[in-house]
Design a protein around this ligand. Structure first.
Ligand code: SAM
Ligand code: DTB
Ligand code: SF4
Length: 361
């Protein structure tokens, strides 16, 4: 029986990643079967509750205000709009809704209060609720937990070294601090990253070392293939090879046996056969719905056909952890503190980010 290890070294992970594919797949699938039902895959729906206009310079992101992308920005959605979307997602087989906001960090005030109400509303629909709102303080994490949040997504994105080549407006240690703040509550942690940003295998391994050394390890680890969006600094990156995705999923599965490994962005470029190999390698979660946050995703009906072909079943909600209770706003024990935390702003120059922001439309 495999036990959880928190002390994986980069060298060990690189060695795993580079194993002959059949050996790597066999090892990953064996670990997967010890910890999970290999025929069950979680289906989660993304909702972009606040799109575009973000002040950060994340080189992959179409929602950064400084790059000239074609996305349509939106104000924060209303609670009733979110409820309607969540009901649709539930009807199409989703057990989880993940709400994303193009924010650097959460600020106390009416918008955050509205997000808390969205969390209460979806939890009452008996779906797992996840949010990804940027950096949060301990008090904000507690308020989200009290509203009934099941998971908080905050990605490390890459290794600490390569992160510096992609983002200059927020620091890696702040990402870790937000994850620690979430850990002070009973909200589960979702944290992963992106491959295909020009990083080396060493960086992929470095990110996995950082994630696997968290104790407890994140309950969910999304592996995104970069969606290279025109106008972003990474617009010309080559598409990720399916083999890289399979190896990354398998390695993640081996070093984090209990986690839900999420086959995230980039599925429109993957064949069914490719995705089937990812499931065999230990991926047990996908984002469904024809849109991720701003970019396309496979059609739900196509995904359901794929499930049928492969004999996969969607995972029921709350099978890994009990449904949290929702405390209504008027009974809350936490006050907004109006904190102004000093999240770091490294501010070094990343040439390609600068060039993309200076380019005309
Ligand atoms: N603003 C919040 C933040 O950055 O934490 C939440 C939303 S942000 C869009 C969530 C995650 O989406 C990012 O951390 C990144 O990993 C992923 N992402 C964004 N753009 C992507 C792209 N073009 N391709 C793949 N993944 C992407
Ligand atoms: C994650 O790791 N991937 C999702 C979710 N967490 C929030 C987001 C993918 C976004 C892809 C680009 C877009 O659609 O804007
Ligand atoms: Fe903003 Fe998040 Fe996009 Fe970075 S990844 S630009 S923080 S929305």
């Amino acid at each position: 029986m495999n036990t959880i290890r928190y002390n994986w070294t980069k060298e060990e992970i690189i060695q795993l990643y580079n194993k002959p594919l059949m050996d790597l797949l066999f090892e990953a699938a064996s670990v997967h079967r010890q910890f999970h039902n290999p025929n069950v895959v979680q289906v989660s729906t993304l909702l972009s509750i606040k799109t575009g206009g973000c002040p950060e310079d994340c080189g992959y992101c179409p929602q950064a205000a400084r790059y000239h992308t074609n996305i349509e920005g939106n104000d924060l959605m209303t609670v009733s709009q979110v409820k309607a979307q969540a009901l649709r997602a539930k009807a199409s087989g989703s057990s989880r809704v993940c709400m994303g906001a193009a924010w650097r960090n959460v600020k106390d005030g009416p918008e955050f209060d509205q997000v808390l109400e969205m969390v209460r509303t979806i939890n009452k629909l008996d779906m797992e609720v996840c949010c990804t709102l940027g950096m949060i303080t301990e008090n904000q994490a507690k308020r989200l937990a009290e509203a009934g949040l099941y998971a908080y997504n905050h990605n490390l994105d890459s290794s600490e070294e390569y992160y510096k080549e992609v983002i200059s407006t927020r620091g890696y240690e702040d990402r870790l601090e937000t994850i620690e703040n979430v850990r002070k509550t009973n909200v589960t942690v979702c944290s992963g990253g992106i491959i295909g940003m020009g990083e080396q295998i060493e960086d992929r391994a470095g990110m996995l070392v950082a994630l696997a050394s968290l104790n407890p390890q994140p309950e969910s680890v999304p592996i995104n293939a970069l969606v290279a969006v025109e106008g972003t600094p990474l617009e010309n990156e080559k598409p990720v090879e399916i083999w890289d995705m399979i190896r990354m999923v398998a390695t993640t599965r081996i070093v984090m046996p209990e986690t839900q490994v999420r086959l995230s962005a980039g599925r429109t470029q993957m064949s069914r056969e490719g995705q089937a190999m990812c499931f065999f390698a230990g991926a047990n979660s996908i984002f469904a719905g024809d849109k991720l946050l701003t970019t396309p995703n496979p059609d739900v009906n196509e995904d359901m056909k794929m499930f049928e072909l492969l004999g996969l079943e969607p995972q029921k909600p709350f099978i890994k952890k009990m449904q949290p209770e929702t405390v209504e706003a008027e009974n809350s024990q936490y006050q907004p503190l109006g904190e102004k935390p000093k999240w770091t702003r490294p501010g070094h120059v990343i040439e390609r980010n600068l060039e993309a922001s200076q380019k005309g439309k």
